[in-house]
Design a protein around this ligand. Structure first.
Ligand code: ASP
Length: 343
């Protein structure tokens, strides 16, 4: 039996996995089978590292729910053999994947850390090496035999976040992610400082259960001044859409125009679920605080509280995949399944 900490590195794709061909100057995928040779710094940990590479690799713009389920299945298959998992992923949709995995993995008690980079790992100024090295260190960390961070997280540019609280907010800076409504779970400086009060620890260790049903008949309606009735109705009354994230203003406010409220009411009468999420990058929906959100509450729009749009979409897919009865769907949507909302 291997007593060294063991981590499985799953490479899905994204910028981090690219190295520059020194002769041609072109970018080519990094050979993860030889990770210790390519990132020799990792040897100093003395960990047992194994790699699993997607083939073909996926630019994260091409991620979809089938791949999220595939990831959950890979994690389940290897769960007993490793102390932790690092998923290398493109940054563009990393927040969606992290959110989805947080719902698909039930009774999680080992770390699943997603990371990537803004510059390929083979570039001199890459942010990829630090992200990879520290993500692996966090995935392997234990205290009294238990994982230090048994959550789905994103590690990026010295900060560890709860994955379903993040959004990508910079296409340019190394600190590409933020978690506006939940504090970082750890910050890496000379030492890695863990914010223990904010990390979720399971009360009991139970077998990992994975969910494998996601229903993608969901959508987003971002409201804006001047939105036409035709546009709103086309989304709200689309028969193939079962649930919508409605991105509203401020604390969950929207137009009180009768046509708009009627269109929403009609959609809800048709059985659709509408989850109210703020367009602001921080803060929470508080339906009923203003008249402009009280009306939404009255007609049956649900509060998304302080959830991100990424987590809200993943939660809708998960809830529709898990429950068919509306009452159960609503109850699940209003509950905090995996730390994605504060209330
Ligand atoms: N387009 C890339 C991706 O998300 C960008 C990145 O890796 O950061 O896969």
């Amino acid at each position: 039996m291997n007593q060294r900490p063991s981590v499985l590195i799953i490479y899905t794709g994204g910028t981090i996995g690219m190295v520059e061909d020194p002769v041609r100057g072109t970018l080519r995928p990094f050979d993860f089978d030889h990770i210790l040779k390519q990132v020799p710094e990792l040897k100093a940990f003395g960990y047992h590292l194994e790699t699993f590479s997607f083939n073909p690799i996926v630019d994260s713009s091409n991620m979809d729910p089938k791949i999220w389920i595939q990831l959950a299945e890979i994690l389940k298959e290897h769960y007993d053999r490793f102390d932790g998992f690092v998923i290398l992923h493109g940054t563009d949709t990393m927040a969606y994947t992290a959110s989805a995995l947080s719902f698909l993995l039930e009774n999680q008690y080992k770390p699943v850390i997603l990371t990537g980079s803004q510059l390929p790992i083979g570039k001199i100024r890459t942010d990829g090496k630090e992200n990879l090295i520290t993500a692996i260190e966090i995935a392997a960390k234990k205290q009294n035999g238990m994982a230090l961070v048994p959550e789905v997280c994103i590690y990026f540019e010295y900060r560890l976040f709860r994955g379903n609280r993040t959004s990508k907010y910079s296409a340019e800076h190394f600190n590409a992610f933020h978690s506006p409504n939940y504090p970082p779970l750890a910050e890496a400086g000379i030492e890695i400082k863990f914010n223990y009060q904010s990390i979720h620890y399971p009360a009991l260790i139970k077998d990992l259960v994975i969910h494998t049903q996601l229903d993608n008949r969901v959508g987003i309606l971002k409201i804006f001044p001047g939105m036409s009735a035709e546009y709103a109705q086309c989304i709200l009354h689309n028969p193939d859409i079962k649930a919508l994230v409605m991105e509203t203003y401020g604390a969950g406010n929207a137009s009180t125009s009768p046509w708009f409220l009627e269109a929403i009411e009609h959609a809800i009468d048709q059985g659709k679920i509408i989850l109210n999420v703020t367009q602001c990058s921080a803060g929470s929906v508080q339906m009923g605080r203003y008249d402009t959100s009280l009306k939404l509450l009255d007609i049956g729009v649900l509060s998304g509280h302080d959830i991100t749009s990424e987590a809200a979409l993943a939660k809708l897919m998960f809830v529709l995949g898990k429950e068919t009865e509306r009452q159960k769907q609503v109850a699940l949507l209003q509950s905090n399944i995996s730390g994605e909302i504060s209330s």
